[in-house]
Structures are given as structure tokens and as C-alpha cells.
Design a protein around this ligand. Structure first.
Ligand code: FES
Length: 107
């Protein structure tokens, strides 16, 4: 399990305990958090689960795969230094304390 902080674009914070094996996207979707749409249901085919990862976490996450890299090009205002697709981030206790911020909108 990992305690993850999701910050809406407007600044509202949600601190959620997400079970191991779920994705960061599912942690948001299953708790009704606004700002992550996940239109494709986690298939890495839509980019509407885009977030900005807190800079202190970028080096601690597994690097994005080729499909995620490609889909991030379609995200709304991606930032190469801190953008990730949450459906590609699998939760384990290694992600405990992760902080992600939603963009102003999803593409
Ligand atoms: Fe569609 Fe992540 S949910 S790319």
C-alpha cells in the first residue's frame, strides 16, 4: 500500500491509501478524484490520466516505457521533467508518499 497525495489543479489535496497492484490512476478513479479522466481505462491509449509528479519523486519512479513516452506527446501541456501517465505507475510501498498534481485540463 502507498499513501498518495493527489493535488487538483485548483490546489485541493486528496490523500489516499492505494493498494499494492493498483495503478496511481485507479487510486484516483476509484476514489472519485477530479482531474484524472482515464478515458481508455488504463490501456496507455488516451493520455487523459496525465499528471505532474512532484520533482523529488521523478528519479524514484521506474522510467516511462516507449508507449507512455509516445502518449505523453498528446497530453495537455506535458512537461518532460515531471509528466507521467498515472495508468502506467503501478503501486507498491515504494511509492508511499508520492505526490502528483493534475494539469489544468486533460487533452
Ligand atoms: Fe488512458 Fe492512462 S488511462 S493513457
Amino acid at each position: 500500500m502507498a499513501r498518495i497525495t493527489y493535488i487538483e489543479f485548483g490546489g485541493k489535496e486528496h490523500v489516499i491509501d492505494v493498494p499494492d497492484g493498483a495503478t496511481v490512476m485507479e487510486g484516483a478513479r476509484d476514489n472519485g478524484i477530479q482531474g484524472i479522466r482515464a478515458d481508455c481505462g488504463g490501456a496507455c491509449a488516451c493520455s487523459t490520466c496525465h499528471v505532474y509528479v512532484d520533482p523529488s519523486w521523478m528519479d524514484r519512479l521506474p522510467p516511462p516505457g516507449a508507449m507512455e513516452e509516445d502518449m505523453l506527446d498528446f497530453a495537455y501541456e506535458p512537461d518532460p521533467a515531471r509528466s507521467r501517465l498515472t495508468c502506467q505507475l503501478r503501486v507498491s510501498n515504494a511509492l508511499d508518499g508520492l505526490v502528483v498534481q493534475m494539469p489544468e485540463m486533460q487533452s
